[in-house]
Design a protein around this ligand. Sequence first.
Ligand SMILES: [Mn+2]
Length: 457
Amino acid sequence: MRSQKARFLLTLTLILVSFLLSVSLPINSSQAWSKPLRTTLLAEQPLSEYKSRRQKLMEKAKDGIVVIMGEEEDDLGVGAKFRQNDNFMYLTGVEIPTGVLVLVPHSYQGAKEWLFLPAPNKFFDQWTGPRPPINEETAQAFGVEKVASLNDFQKVITEILTSEAFQKSGEKLYTVVPPSPYTKLVREEKFTEQARKIKSTINLNPIAPLLADMRMIKSEPEISMIQRAINITSLAHSEVIKSVKAGIYEYELEGAILGQFYRNGAQRAAFPCIVGSGQNATILHYEKNRKKIDRGDLIVVDIGAEYNYYAADITRTYPANGSFSPRQREIYQLVLDAQTAAVKAFKLGESTMQELDVVARKTMRQSPLKDSKGNPLDQYFPHGLGHFVGMYVHDVGDYSRPLPVGAVITIEPGIYLPDENIGVRIEDDYLVTKNGLVKLSSNIPSDPAEIEKLMAK
Ligand SMILES: [Mn+2]
């Protein structure tokens, strides 16, 4: 009897408590934001970092103004996990959807930096979480001079574009304009159309080259984000070494890889995982990952975690059996030699990506190894030697000039022989330093004997 009464009282208390909680839950947004607002970091980078990027950009664009549109949210977060666009993130560190950053080097109402954000809204906040209030405290938390409501953007931009100061500065409007007719930039297009209506004489300038120049050279905080993404990716490669065997499916390895990414704090994969075995190892961007892995297959595993908006991109090629056949091993060794030759040829202040590419190809052409008809193997290396890595896996940067200190690149030769069921790619990430190239992904073995030894465990 006693225990029944106790259970009744407990149930009553629970109902009462949940009722009280539901009444007190609709706290206002400024309360919900009061704690996270006291931050000095955004995406683990100091506010000063974002500030100095905005200042640098304003220095480059001082003959006009800069407008950068943030990413819009899709269906209250149903379509995809929200990801801020790279340029907006690089300049603000703010992940709130639909923002607009306006930089006014000649200043407007005493401020050079204007961050327009959607105001808190009960309905939307219920679906996707509270937004910060539009006030001085939020401006301080984000390290910008001025935070304004998105509702006021039209009014402010009209005043700036029609002002005497803008006219004097050169009437240049720097923004992201479509680089080709095939690129979809709906929000930016709407804005530039609108800006032309406000001021027909404005001089529209692409901001992308100015930002690419800056983003090509990584700061210390950026390098530590990339290193973190690489370390997570190396844990995923270790997991592949442990799990790989004939008879399992490619997607099982993909599952193991993504499991390691998420377990270790990556927000997402920086690009779809490539797990290609046998014939699929010869398809450069194979990402179906549905085949059963056969004995004797080589498996190209080209993967990269994304950590705080920074990517890793590392490829290894594993033998399903745990050991390479003699032919697989000689092809593998040649790809590795081509990578080593390119790294050795690097000269700071001289080498461009293009020149390193030539070195890798020459190694393949001069090798005594040939295809079944006696042709040299460089013709089976159909892609470029590498690319910049950063917020985007194929990051922005200038491929024609010598690689500068602070650039992060991949070096990834490959040989693909569909007739022999062999595809090999080896890809590592390197930081350009004043002492030369530093391999950031050296904790993942690429020596064939070492891979076989690890697989035998
Ligand atoms: Mn790559």
